[in-house]
Design a protein around this ligand. Structure first.
Ligand SMILES: Nc1ncnc2c1ncn2[C@@H]1O[C@H](COP(=O)(O)OP(=O)(O)OP(=O)(O)O)[C@@H](O)[C@H]1O
Length: 700
């Protein structure tokens, strides 16, 4: 290859200093390499020519061959326009310009064959094309590369700054000229042959200037495979390094605490899924490597008991354990639930949150350090430097996406050797995404709900039916049940949401008067102690209605609550709706979720509501969510780098992702150091790509 692709973009003919600055600042294009990797996000098919008599009303992007037989001005004032009569052998239509009349008049050659291209309108009984792109047929024929016209991302936004789509096409063509279109291969010939992939140079040419749909599809496939292949390779290598380097504490035996609990105190029979996951955890803990496992389970699937029994394994081997939850309410709830279980087994357990009193805090610090305290539950207060364990063997993190990788690793440093880590999440993550984002974690899934659960009946009701909904609430309360009414809380308009919540609360208080109904209210502006007090009243059954913002979104467990009303449901994301619904249906009673909305709904909102009504399956919901929002929004993966994918789409290309993962594994299985001749290309590319921090830095 003659041209060095690391050459700064300024050196490319036709770029110049101004454009170079814009390319750098606006599109992050610094080098030839960056430019070649700016892939079009769509194409306009210019392989097809329409005849005038084939036109439909409002055709987008049509291309017609014909000639202009006359030009005249029409209209007055603002509607003044230049109209060209355009004919082919099947009919006549109009070309229309509202600006630039003089320039167009001078440029047009009458009665010569042209190719015109644009959107057509049906106006005054005729077809017209406003401001067509036009080219003399003879020039058009020379320019064969234009068969499918690439449309580059962001160029619409930048065109007023001088970087139009045409400019990008031009400099891209120049790049191909200067490099002679030859680019170093980045996949091994073995993979190319086995998967029948086209070579890199052909793929790059055809991604930018495809002549047919078929060539384009082949180029896309090859480049998507490559992108996903190297991401998977990176994830797997990280995982292997992790496993070989990071020694864990081997928990060699299952001891008295675990056995006593299992045989004498377990409040119910474990589901098969819970048993399987416990076995997976047991195998990790018993090995020499540090466990780094993600435990996924839909809402209410029973992760807590699995967490507790894993902690018993640590305690049985002489270690301490901790559980960190994202909110005060959740920590308190975990603590209360586990406290009862610990009492039966004579295990010491404490709670540490932001509101733990100083004297209590001191005691906790001491007993942690001298090893008297077995289990510590808490919020991120656990991460403070003062919190030192004697020998932390297992750290469990509930709802990890609220914490993130940095905090995860902070827990590691609480010991000389890192403790085993179990991350629990109730947000089902589609396997495809989990594989790409959490490739460094092993995954266990509880894919079964405890027996006897009735799935929550979900309906969508408009605000005008509120009276009926309220009657339904009364009936349920009369049966001894409890009800949640949830209001949205979106950070940007917190004040407004707060007002909505308070207005709602007042109207509910009017409709459900004392002494028959007791109402709790919980929102983010309350002091933690007050929140906890209100929560506890509801948990104990002293209040029947809980009016709340989404602070109750995750993990709250009140099995007697059987109705979840979600106000302004259109303002919630799907996974959030699913989490909220998961607060009911936790006992044996039939539960209900009522999604309240106004009449005006966007298409996305409609899809979200329909999905909720149709299914209770968290994984299905997560897939729809992912489709609607893209992976970036899901579980705070914005910083994850997954969005930096240049061409592949984790949702749409999940088959390619799986194939890429399979082959990445296979290559590494056969040649873990990529030292064989056949893998030199892969090793070289892998090293080069690793320099691109923006692609890889999402991995801790
Ligand atoms: N095998 C089981 N049989 C019967 N009930 C169970 C079983 N496992 C858990 N439960 C009960 O199911 C309820 C939900 O369990 P848990 O709170 O652990 O769910 P979770 O997975 O943490 O869900 P969420 O993420 O929504 O909090 C609890 O009341 C728990 O006691």
């Amino acid at each position: 290859m003659n041209t060095n692709l690391q050459t700064p973009i300024d050196y490319l003919k036709g770029v110049g200093p101004n454009r170079a600055d814009l390319l750098r600042q606006e599109l992050g294009i610094h080098t030839y390499q960056d430019l070649i990797n700016l892939f079009p996000n769509r194409y306009i098919d210019r392989t097809h020519y329409y005849k005038i008599n084939q036109l439909q009303r409002n055709n987008a992007d049509v291309q017609i061959i014909g000639s202009i037989t006359g030009l005249q001005e029409a209209g007055q004032g603002r509607s003044k326009r230049l109209v060209g009569t355009f004919k082919d052998d099947t009919g006549t239509m109009e070309l229309v310009w509202f600006r630039g009349h003089k320039w167009i008049r001078e440029g047009i050659k009458l009665n010569k064959p042209y190719v015109v291209f644009g959107k057509t309108n049906w106006f005054n009984g005729k077809f017209s094309m406003p401001h067509p792109e036009m080219e003399l047929l003879e020039d058009h024929q020379k320019n064969l590369q234009r068969a499918m016209q690439p449309i580059y991302p962001s160029t619409e936004k930048l065109s007023n700054k001088g970087i139009t789509n045409r400019v990008i096409i031009k400099i891209m063509q120049q790049l191909f000229l200067e490099t002679k279109g030859r680019f170093a291969e980045t996949l091994s010939s073995h993979l190319l042959q086995e998967l029948k992939l086209i070579d890199k140079s052909t793929a790059l040419f055809n991604i930018h200037f495809p002549k047919t749909q078929e060539l384009l599809a082949k180029a896309q496939y090859r480049l998507k495979f490559e992108e996903l292949f190297y991401i998977q390779l990176q994830l797997i290598i990280k995982n292997l390094i992790h496993k070989s380097k990071i020694k864990g504490f081997p928990f060699t035996h299952v001891g008295d605490l675990f056995n006593t609990f299992f045989n004498e105190h377990l409040p119910f029979e474990l589901t098969d899924a819970q048993k399987r996951v416990l076995k997976e955890i047991r195998a990790d803990l018993g090995s020499n490597a540090q466990m780094n496992r993600l435990l996924q389970g839909d809402v209410g699937s029973g992760k807590t008991i699995v967490a507790f029994m894993s902690m018993l394994m640590a305690l049985d081997n002489g270690f301490q354990a901790c559980l960190m939850a994202p909110t005060e309410i959740l920590s308190v709830q975990h603590y209360n639930g586990l406290y009862e279980l610990c009492k039966q087994l004579n295990i010491s357990i404490s709670l540490l949150t932001g509101s733990t009193k100083t004297s209590e805090r001191k005691k906790i610090h001491e007993s942690l350090e001298n090893g008297e305290l077995n289990i510590l539950i808490g919020t991120h207060a656990l991460l403070e430097n003062k919190v030192k364990f004697k020998n932390l063997g297992l750290a469990i993190i509930d709802e990890q996406h609220r914490f993130g990788v940095a905090q995860r690793s902070k827990l590691w440093h609480k010991n000389t050797s890192p403790p085993h880590i179990l991350v629990m999440t109730a947000t089902p993550i589609p396997r495809t995404l989990a594989m790409s984002v959490y490739g460094d974690l092993d995954i266990s899934v509880i894919d079964e709900l405890p027996p006897g659960r009735k799935s929550v009946k979900t309906v969508h009701r408009y605000d005008k039916n509120r009276l009926k909904v309220f009657k339904f609430i009364r009936d349920e309360i009369a049966k001894g049940r409890q009800v949640y009414i949830v209001y949205p809380l979106i950070q940007e308009s917190e004040a407004m949401d707060y007002k909505d919540l308070m207005d709602g609360y007042e109207s509910i208080a009017r409709d459900f008067p004392l002494p028959d109904y007791q109402i709790s209210i919980v929102h983010g502006k309350m002091k933690p102690a007050d929140k906890d007090y209100e929560m506890q009243r509801f948990i104990k059954g002293e209040t029947q209605i809980m009016v709340a913002t989404t602070v109750i979104e995750v993990g709250v467990n009140v099995p007697n609550a059987s109705v979840m009303i979600i106000e302004s449901a259109e303002r919630f994301g799907l996974s959030q709706l699913h989490q909220l619904r998961g607060r009911v249906g936790r006992g044996a009673e039939q539960s209900y979720c009522i999604l309240m909305t106004g009449h005006k709904l966007s298409n996305d909102s409609k899809t979200r509501l329909e999905t909720m009504v149709r299914t209770n399956d968290g994984f299905e919901i997560a897939e729809v969510d992912l489709r609607l929002r893209g992976p970036g929004d899901l579980m705070g993966t914005q910083q994850s780098g997954v969005l930096n994918l240049k061409i592949a789409d984790i949702v749409k290309d999940k088959d390619i992702l799986q194939l890429a993962r399979f082959h990445a594994k296979q290559v590494l299985n056969k040649d873990p150091n990529l030292s064989k001749d056949t893998n030199q290309v892969i090793l070289h590319t892998y090293k080069q790509l690793s320099k691109y921090k923006n692609i890889w830095n999402y991995i801790s």
